[in-house]
Structure formats: structure tokens, C-alpha cells
Ligand binder design. Sequence first.
Ligand SMILES: [Zn+2]
Length: 259
Amino acid sequence: MTQTEKVLLEMLRENTGVHFLDSGGAYGRHWERNQERDIVHEPPVIVDIEDDWLDIRFSTFHYCRAYLEYDEELTQDFDRWIEETESNPYIVAHQDQWIKDRGWNIIGHGNSYEWENFLDQVIQFITFSLDPNDVDSDNVRLLLQIHGGCDVRGGYTKPRIFKAPYDDVMSDFLYHMSQAMAICSNDPQQHYWITDDAGVHWYYRGTAGLCEKENWYLNWEDHVKYGKEQGKILCSCGGEVTIIGMFEDYLTEAEEDGA
Ligand SMILES: [Zn+2]
């Protein structure tokens, strides 16, 4: 296991406490359930087929390891700064202050709870650049917290800092959490659909309603069927439809690199 993977696992299993806003833990807390889960060997994309909907989830572990590389040096710097300034590592304003104190440039804040996405846990992050005039991947860092509790208002891990091993990886990191492809086994070149809002809409060949007039427009609702009993997603041509996350491309790269 790489250091990045170890750190991500540690985060997913970190005791994020029982927040006062928790609604009683009816579904259990992620960090508690993650003690037993074989997170490393679980598939990157999990699809549960129900009668009326598809429950598609991206493993937060595999998703993050696809795009991010742990930055130990900066994480240690953050921890030291927190101690020296008697700041609170969980408070975003204090995290911002660390970035500003170091003379770096905040690019943006994000919390995945705020938009439709496939991640199986909520993440909160700040992207920042070590060079205020340059936001190339080499200079971009991500301060990441993973939500381990029930109520999204509390229960985040302590932050860790990550770097981006590939160009443009941070924008892909943001957008790919909502994007997937559904590909038909009979005709993968023709019969495929793309979603960019975590399955709310599926566009044939990635095009919105625009191509409806052309014969090759295959509306998702009319041409794709699934049910709990058959346990499959079927195209109207008879082929089986597989769901693939855009992030899985990066996963292959990460494995080949032995990163
Ligand atoms: Zn088909």
C-alpha cells in the first residue's frame, strides 16, 4: 500500500466523534462501519440495482487515491502551525489563515454535500496554490477533510494536505465525482450514455436533448431497463449496460505508476 492509501484509510477510519447534531446514528457512522470494511479491495464503483432507481456509489478511497498524492511535509507544517498558534484544525477560517500566513493563494473552498455526486462519503476541501501567480498542478495543493459522521454539519476528520500528481487533476477531481458513463456490451461505440449530475440525467453519447430529431437518439428512460430481480441493467438492444466512473482512468494510471 502506498503512503497516500495508508493516509486515506486512516482518515476513513478516524474517530470523528459523536456530534451533537447527529440524528441518533440510525444508519451508523461511516468511520465506525469503516473499521470492518475491506475498503482497499472493494470495487471503485458500486451499483445497487433497485426497481425504480440505480444506487451508484464511488468509493471515496479509490476516488481520492486516483487523483491525489499525500503531502507529508505540508501536513506536518499545518499540524505544527496549529499547535504554535493555538488554532483549531477543524475550523475553516483557521485553515485559511495557515494558507495565508504561508503566503500562498486560496483558489477555492468546496463541500461535496452541496452538489449531486456519486461519492459514498462527503468531503470538504480547500484548494490553494503555493505560487500566487501560477495555478499549475505542480503548485496546487488540496486540504482535505472526510466526513465520518451522520450530520454533515459536524464530524469531519482532521485535515491532510495532498498534491496533484497530474496536470489539470484538480478540475477533474472536482467534476468527475458527478460524472459516469453507461456502456452497452452489444455496441459500446454507439450505445452509451453520460451523466454529469450523478445520474439525475443520462445523455445519449453525452448529448442533451439536442439530437432527439436524429434516429440514433436513444432516450435513457425508454431504452434502458433494470430491476432488482434480474439484477442487471439492460439496453433495448439486449446488451448489458455497465456503469463506469470517469475517475477509473486515473486509477489505472495510478496503478501503472506504482504511485
Ligand atoms: Zn445497446
